[in-house]
Design a protein around this ligand. Structure first.
Ligand code: NAP
Length: 444
């Protein structure tokens, strides 16, 4: 009987566990996560107002509650204080790394580190109650924000910036973030793409949602749309629908809404400008479309004043000590999911999800990705199964000074979040710090 560790309990980890139990009638799977809470980016990345996507937790839960699957939270693999990869490898017949892309891409321009300039992932972590996220005073004194990038994360943070208390209160957003967003004096968000509307990465459903926010007007410059030479009829369905939505918005008359989202295109960030020790504006260079979907600089510049800048230019994988890493793609090199060490397949070590294929695709993309990896793993199983591994790795984890949080601990956190919500007159409200989470998890 094969014993497999899956590292990470986000969608890719859960789908990997699911494929394993579906394709092997005997396998036992431990799903390890460094947090005491499961679900990865479904809990800590999907925006609180996207309740339908969040409800996916229900199907991921079914996997983690399967009789041959065990959730072990609070187990860090690699890094300071973490269980070394080599040690972990000796505890299981196979290990599948589903650790996602834990950091953000950089712009690499002057001023990026100024106070008031944050990665979108830092902002998302804060409103999602990630226990490592700090309240950085994101909205203090902010009237105008610039969001750099036009992907779905940019849409999420733009929408969250303008959402009112009435819309956020029914969600599980932590109370401090709700209070801060509700009291914010922000009136304008510029969401800015370096290429044209036809090259934007957001999906039409997410784009349309921006146009339906109460008390908020969305504007698009006709000039940006006219600049794009693409014939909408010749575009693939997604970009074509995006361009249609943007054209309809550009044609709408102005309203008296109190908040405004300005969608801008063909502006490439070149510098963040300082004002009084913090960010005061973003300097953009105007770009022009080339014939192949890219852009070239025009040598003309535009400064957009902003007291908050959210850089939403994509996630990036981080290296895990003891495993190979390709810095160019931010992924672990692999062949059909099997980790490659110096180009040579390493049976017993596998990858799935964003650390395998890079930070793209929707949650469902992880299903076929996980299945490919599990098929590869099971092809190696006859040889892997011959290794001697401990009957129960938890004893070895404890001996290494790690106290895993079991599924019951997570259920106790869920109860504590429901109780907190009831005390605040809301539904479930997330616990936002390590002490609260671990305190709740240890309740008998
Ligand atoms: P993304 O889709 O890759 O978008 C990144 C954006 O940043 C693009 O507009 C890109 O422009 C821009 N960019 C990159 N480097 C830049 C630079 N140096 N200067 C200016 N702009 C730059 O990434 P994401 O928004 O982080 O999303 C990650 C994945 O999660 C995506 O697959 C997304 O669909 C998914 N997601 C889905 C949802 C949902 O379904 N509701 C919500 C959140 C995230 P270029 O195109 O020109 O490179």
């Amino acid at each position: 009987m094969l014993r497999v560790a899956v590292i990470g309990s986000g969608p890719s980890g859960c789908y990997t566990a699911q494929s394993l139990i579906q394709l092997d009638p005997e396998v036992r799977v431990d799903v390890l996560d460094r947090l005491p809470c499961p679900y990865g980016l479904v809990r800590y990345g999907v925006a609180p107002d996207h309740e339908k996507i969040k409800s996916l937790q229900g199907s991921l839960r079914t996997v983690l509650e399967h009789e041959r699957v065990r959730f072990l939270g609070g187990v860090r693999v690699g890094g300071p204080g973490g269980l070394p990869v080599q040690h972990l490898r000796g505890l299981y017949h196979a290990v599948v790394y589903c650790v996602g892309a834990a950091t953000d891409r950089r712009l690499g321009i002057p001023g990026e580190e100024l106070p008031g300039s944050w990665s979108a992932t830092e902002f998302v972590s804060w409103y999602s109650a990630h226990p490592d996220a700090a309240d950085a005073g994101f909205l203090r004194g902010v009237r105008t924000a610039v969001v750099i990038g036009v992907g779905n994360v940019a849409v999420d943070v733009t929408r969250m910036l303008v959402r009112g208390a009435a819309e956020l209160r029914p969600t599980d957003i932590p109370q401090a973030a709700l209070d801060t967003l509700a009291a914010s004096g922000l009136t304008e968000v510029h969401m800015v793409g370096r290429r044209g509307p036809a090259q934007a990465r957001f999906t039409t459903k997410e784009l349309r949602e921006l146009g339906a926010l109460p008390g908020t007007e969305v504007t698009v410059d006709e000039a940006d749309l006219a600049l794009d030479p693409a014939d909408p009829g010749a575009l693939p369905a997604g970009p074509r629908r995006n361009v249609e939505v943007l054209r309809a918005w550009a044609a709408r008359p102005a309203t008296t809404a109190t908040r405004r989202i300005r969608l801008r295109f063909f502006l490439r960030p070149v510098e963040l400008l300082e004002d009084g020790g913090r960010v005061g504006a973003v300097r953009f260079e105007r770009t022009a479309p080339d014939a192949s979907g890219g852009v070239t600089g025009t040598g003309r510049y535009e400064d957009v004043p902003a007291q908050l800048v959210l850089r939403s230019v994509g996630y990036r994988g981080v290296p895990l000590e003891g495993l190979p890493f390709d810095p160019a793609s931010g992924t672990i090199p692999h062949q059909e999911g099997r980790v490659l060490r110096d180009g040579v397949p390493s049976p017993g070590e596998y990858v799935a999800g964003w650390i395998k294929r890079g930070p793209t695709g929707v949650i469902g993309t992880n299903r076929p990705c996980a299945k490919e990896t599990v098929t590869t793993l099971l092809a190696d199983a006859p040889a892997l199964g011959r290794a001697k591994v401990p009957e129960d790795p938890v004893a070895a984890l404890r001996a290494a000074g790690i106290q895993p949080v079991p599924w019951d601990g997570w259920l106790a956190i869920e109860r504590a979040e429901a109780e907190l919500g009831a005390r605040l007159g809301r539904s479930v409200v997330k616990l936002a710090d390590w002490d609260a989470l671990l305190g709740a998890a240890r309740v008998p």
